[in-house]
Design a protein around this ligand. Structure first.
Ligand code: ADP
Ligand code: MG
Length: 676
């Protein structure tokens, strides 16, 4: 067995399953073994049905009388039935999990784990997870739970892994300083847990491995980056001062400092590799604009990438007037751009100085005469290959300087350890005159009395409103199964009934780019009062006149994402408000309460980090810039150990290529943290 072999070489994985796995990013045998459980269900504490008390329960029994229906009003599918053991029976209900209809054999025993609670007027077991009794390791009572992908459910992953159970012994070791065999043992223990203790041992090793790879990759990147050559761009104090003097506002100190750090980097003949981190609304774009102008003075071209056409257009419109008054020729290149061939020729001939665009910029036929700086806004939205492509765009063979910008703060406590080898500038200061956004958690039943009047007031005073929903259509499957989700379209309809005189429109990611641009354009010109939208507006959009943000089903989002969404308001001098709507009668989560208390992204990132206990899978950056799959960023001890060991390994003079598995593992991180 070779870990790099395609996943279908494993027993029991046919063409169709392999197809589904690949769509979920599980392409190789290695990916398959590293697709670790999201969590574990402990079925050991099973009680008999007659002894059940409200709260979390585990019961063992056979399933009877399964029926499925649709709730007309809420457009929800409901599967109901009865679980019976030899002491009694209990009703069970699942929401939007129609596959439950086909899951159970009537004569087999299953374990169910869920909440026994009052629902629709009677006590029932609500949306329990389940496992075939004979599948659960009876000694430990532990059953791993996997994230479902396509049609593949947790049960399927357990079955497939079981079919490859004897293959684990062939997994080679990976790291230089660890006990022989620890990798295969840890992976095995993670998938076939014996006890809580072996699970945490497995996690500890796997977290260490992941962090070691990440940190080593960052260190190697730095070394490799130092070997590359780029065009040095001399700092031109006079012209920059002139430029800054013409701005309609005074730069914040944080903006000055970041710009200064960037200018110093660009003076070197090694490429800059800098991350500009700034909280939402801190004015990153202007810092980028200064770097672009500086590059222009030095005779180089600039590519400025944004994750969406909306954002690219907005950057273009924001920056162009300013730059052109200094003789900089700026162009926009997105999927919707007409006369692309002509524009591309101008770029190649060096007639355009700054190109702002989306992925369209990355198609193979966009070439530059002298690309000296690449700016990537909201860098976590860009894939690895896209970044690599850019580096190849300048025929000079010189690598462009790279400035990546993100509004997702990395907690300071991590900066020194994991990101010690990355150059980071921080905008931790908002422009003067901003008023903090007032945030309120609001139960949905109060919407009519409290929120609607607020909306009227906002619109009457000439300001605008964002209303964010989780789904586009009503029947969409969402993660929160037992919660009512109102979709963008339904919400728009309802709001139009309530506010017949207001201009209300909706927006979502899958609409045609031109249509999206057009709506955003009208919204930013104040021609739309309420924009109902999915999270497409999460990133970067800047409409200072929008002062009221409503996030529906707020419990369904992570802290970082909520902070991003909220950051769409509070961007001007007017007072802004954000309402976090909750449904159901659960007390609001700590996440929401923290958000209500603070608007400081760095503080919230720190809180987020502390709230993620060990075993949490996703790291602080939620969009794949750094998807730590195993390690928790709060594993500070493991981080420190991995950091020290990676440094030791790098200085040991050992031939790294000997560690084939390790090299394969870190290449993915290396690509994430650099451009070369
Ligand atoms: P973000 O960091 O979220 O990308 P933007 O660059 O979009 O923030 O800036 C947010 C708003 O603040 C923009 O309207 C921008 O023109 C404005 N702005 C930027 N810098 C300053 C400043 N120093 N003083 C006042 N307003 C500023
Ligand atoms: Mg921005």
């Amino acid at each position: 067995m070779n870990l790099s072999d395609p996943v279908e070489t494993l027993r029991g994985i046919g063409e169709k399953t392999a197809e589904t796995l690949k769509k979920a990013g599980i392409k190789t045998v290695r990916d398959f073994f590293y697709n670790l459980p999201r969590n574990y269900e402990n079925f050991q504490a099973a009680t008999s049905i007659s002894e059940m008390r409200p709260g979390r329960v585990v019961v063992k029994g056979k399933i009877e009388k399964l029926t499925s229906r649709r709730a007309r009003k809420r457009n929800l599918s409901i599967v109901e039935g009865i679980i019976r053991d030899n002491t009694g029976s209990v009703r069970v209900v699942w929401f939007n999990q129609n596959y439950r209809m086909r899951q159970f054999a009537p004569d087999k025993e299953y374990l169910f784990s869920g909440t026994y609670e009052l629902k629709n007027g009677r006590f029932q077991l609500v949306s329990p997870s389940s496992a075939l009794y004979t599948d659960v390791d009876l000694k430990s009572g532990l059953s791993p739970i996997y994230v479902a992908h396509g049609g593949l459910k947790s049960n399927d992953f357990r079955r497939l892994l079981n079919a490859s159970r004897d293959k684990f012994v062939e997994i080679p070791d990976l790291l230089p300083f660890t006990k022989t065999g620890i990798r295969k043992e840890s992976l095995f223990k993670a998938h076939f847990p014996e006890s809580e203790k072996t699970i945490s041992e497995a996690r500890e090793y796997l977290a260490y491995e992941e962090l070691f790879e990440l940190i080593l990759a960052a260190k190697l990147n730095r070394r490799e980056n130092e070997k590359l050559k780029s065009t040095p761009i001399k700092f031109n104090a006079l012209k920059i001062r002139d430029f800054v003097g013409k701005l309609p506002f005074k730069l914040t100190n944080a903006q000055r400092k970041a710009a200064w750090e960037i200018f110093q980097d660009m003076e070197k003949n090694q490429p800059m590799n800098r991350l500009l981190q700034g909280d939402v609304g801190s004015g990153k774009t202007m810092v980028a604009g200064m770097a672009a102008y500086e590059t222009f003075i030095g005779g180089g071209q600039v590519a400025f990438l944004a994750p969406t056409a909306i954002l690219a257009t907005q950057h273009f419109e924001g920056i162009k007037p300013l730059l052109s008054s200094f003789g900089v020729k700026t162009a926009l290149l997105t999927g919707a751009t007409k006369r692309k061939p002509e524009l591309k020729k101008q770029i190649l001939d060096g007639e355009i100085d700054v190109v702002i665009g989306t992925h369209a910029l990355l198609t193979d036929d966009t070439e530059f005469k002298n690309l000296a700086l690449v700016i990537i806004d909201e860098q976590h939205r860009f894939g690895v290959e896209q970044r690599q492509k850019l580096a190849l765009k300048s025929p000079s063979g010189l690598a462009p300087h790279l400035l990546a910008m993100t509004a997702t703060p990395i907690p300071r406590s991590l900066q020194l350890t994991i990101f010690g080898d990355l150059d980071v500038s921080i905008l931790d200061e908002l422009p003067k005159g901003r008023q903090p956004i007032e945030t309120k958690i609001l139960p949905e039943i109060e919407v009519r009395d409290i929120l609607y009047p607020e909306i009227s007031k906002t619109v009457q005073s000439g300001q605008q409103v964002y209303w964010v929903c989780k789904a586009i259509e009503d029947n969409e499957k969402t993660k929160t199964e037992t919660i009512d989700i109102t979709s963008v379209k339904t919400r728009t309809k309802k709001l139009k009934e309530i506010f017949p005189k207001l201009k209300i429109e909706f927006l979502y990611g899958k609409m045609k780019p031109a249509e999206k641009d057009e709506i955003m354009e009208r919204f930013s010109k104040g021609k739309i009062d309420i924009l109902v939208s999915t999270t497409v507006i999460e990133v970067g959009v800047d409409v200072p006149n929008a002062t009221l943000m409503i996030i529906e089903n707020a419990e369904g989002y992570g802290l970082a994402q909520l902070h991003q969404l909220r950051g769409r308001v509070g961007r001007g001098s007017k007072k802004s408000e954000c309402f976090l709507l909750t449904s159901g009668d659960m007390a609001p989560s700590r996440r929401l309460k923290e958000l209500e208390k603070s608007t400081d992204g760095f503080y919230l990132a720190e809180v987020d980090l502390k709230m993620r206990g060990p075993g949490e899978i996703y790291g602080a950056l939620q969009h794949g810039a750094l998807d730590l799959r195993i390690a928790s960023l709060s594993d500070t001890k493991i981080i420190a150990r991995a950091q020290a060991d990676a440094e030791k390994f790098l200085n040991s003079g050992e031939d790294m290529l000997k560690y084939k598995e390790l090299m394969a593992g870190i290449s993915k991180y290396q690509q994430i943290t650099t451009l070369n």
